[in-house]
Design a protein around this ligand. Structure first.
Ligand code: HEC
Length: 134
């Protein structure tokens, strides 16, 4: 299973590089458990083959900032993660990511002001932001 191997390797490289950044490394684990099946172990998209009901090619998640004029779109990504947590994403028919919700919340600064965000979503956001191509 080359995809699985590359996923583990990417996670290891990432964890080694960011050992002290707990939030980012928690996000990397959440990513590999919940998102890599579609967006790929390297975040470059194009996975999800065999996911029943998937009607779009999962996009590359390393170019979110580039595609938003150079600024990582935190508010947009958080809104999407909230939709995933509620299971309301058409075309991304996995189980609802209920474990992306939590009582524990973090304060995050977004383009639309400050927001309180469940800790797992804050971790995923940090991981995605740290993974953007320049
Ligand atoms: C079942 C496959 C699948 C899974 C699992 C999945 N996604 Fe997606 N994701 C998609 C598809 C398909 C799209 C594009 C949908 C569209 O264009 O309407 C998408 C879009 C996105 C986008 C917007 C990308 C852009 O270019 O605007 C982000 C961010 C994202 N996903 C993050 C995640 C994260 C984080 C997870 C894990 C919590 C995740 N996805 C899990 C299939 C998936």
């Amino acid at each position: 299973m080359p995809r699985f191997t590359s996923l583990i390797m990417a996670a290891c490289v990432f964890l080694a590089a960011c050992g002290r950044d707990d939030r980012v490394s928690r996000g990397a684990v959440l990513y590999s458990e919940n998102c890599a099946i579609c967006h790929g172990g390297d975040l470059r998209g194009g996975g999800g083959i065999g996911v029943v009901g998937l009607n779009k090619v999962p996009p590359d998640l390393t170019t979110l900032a580039v595609r938003s004029g150079g600024n990582f779109p935190r508010g947009k990504v958080l809104a999407l993660l909230d939709d995933y947590a509620a299971g309301s994403q058409p075309g991304r028919l996995m189980r609802p990511f209920a474990h992306l919700t939590s009582q524990d919340s973090k304060r995050i600064k977004t383009e639309a002001g400050r927001a309180r965000v469940p800790a797992p979503q804050a971790a995923l956001l940090a991981y995605l932001e740290a993974s953007q191509l320049p």
